[in-house]
Design a protein around this ligand. Structure first.
Ligand SMILES: Cc1cc2nc3c(=O)[nH]c(=O)nc-3n(C[C@H](O)[C@H](O)[C@H](O)COP(=O)(O)O)c2cc1C
Length: 241
């Protein structure tokens, strides 16, 4: 069973090369509108988008994100933030700093961002999330003048694609969706998926490489430790209780 919405979702791939063609203000408003209509826990609406229009800030952010050039070259770059600062501006006596509020802000903001991605892709645009901005989260915070209780989670490049990458195979349903209780990894199904990923990595048009999905876990997870994060969060007022 499929339909045009499901087809769109299943054709997603991140775009990292863009045409020098602006996104119309009309499309930007439509994408924002779709994003803003995402569900929101307790209807707290605890997310803020900083649209980066300043050329120098864009270059700086591209650099902070690990010299990811498309951060500077995409038509649009939006930074998605979990935000409880708006709430203390409205009601200064609020009891903030709870771990649950951090979870809530991250969940809501990611859901909102994904609505933006789907809306953009439905308009023929391409996107890539940029978690790399958290490599230098303190500098990003300063550059964007973010007060306490505003947490820059990731950026989003949006623009007209100048590439058509292959769709990345996902873990099969049997490894990701269980009935009624958690299940251990089925090694035979995983081996089959690793084989599929090995073929994908070897056949794709750019950044060809060998190996499956499992082989990459140690390198990827150990690379992105960002050990400064807990201190940063405390400094910005998050999870202090
Ligand atoms: C929160 C988040 C942060 C990401 N950060 C980056 C990033 O900094 N740079 C990048 O090139 N891709 C980034 N990605 C894209 C992932 O690498 C990509 O979604 C994944 O490899 C699957 O590929 P696909 O989106 O083409 O299907 C990020 C994705 C997410 C969800």
């Amino acid at each position: 069973m499929t339909n045009s919405t499901i087809d769109l979702l299943c054709q997603h791939r991140s775009i990292r090369s863009y045409l020098a063609k602006p996104v119309t203000e009309q499309d930007i408003s439509a994408i924002f509108s779709a994003a803003s209509h995402a569900s929101s826990s307790s209807f707290l609406q605890c997310s803020t988008i900083i649209r980066i229009t300043d050329h120098d800030k864009r270059s700086q952010l591209a650099h902070y994100a690990g010299d990811q050039t498309y951060v500077a070259s995409a038509a649009e770059f939006w930074v998605f933030c979990a935000d409880f600062n708006r709430h203390i501006q409205i009601e200064p006596s609020l009891n903030l700093g709870k771990a649950e509020q951090l979870l809530l802000g991250c969940v809501d903001t990611a859901i909102m961002a994904q609505n933006a991605v789907i809306a953009a892709e439905s308009l023929g645009l391409g996107c890539v999330y940029i978690g790399g901005i958290r490599n230098h989260i303190d500098k990003v915070t300063e550059l964007l003048n973010l007060p306490k209780f505003v947490l820059p989670l990731f950026g989003l490049c949006i623009g007209y694609p100048d590439q058509s990458p292959e769709i990345k195979p996902r873990l099969p349903q049997a490894l990701v969706m269980f009935n009624d209780q958690y299940q251990p990894v089925d090694k035979a199904i995983l081996a089959h998926y690793d084989q599929q990923m090995n073929e994908y990595y070897g056949a794709r048009s750019t950044h060809k490489k060998a190996g499956g999905w499992s082989d990459k876990l140690t390198g990827t997870i150990n690379k992105e430790q960002r050990d400064f994060m807990l201190d940063y969060l405390h400094k910005q007022g998050w999870i202090t209780k």
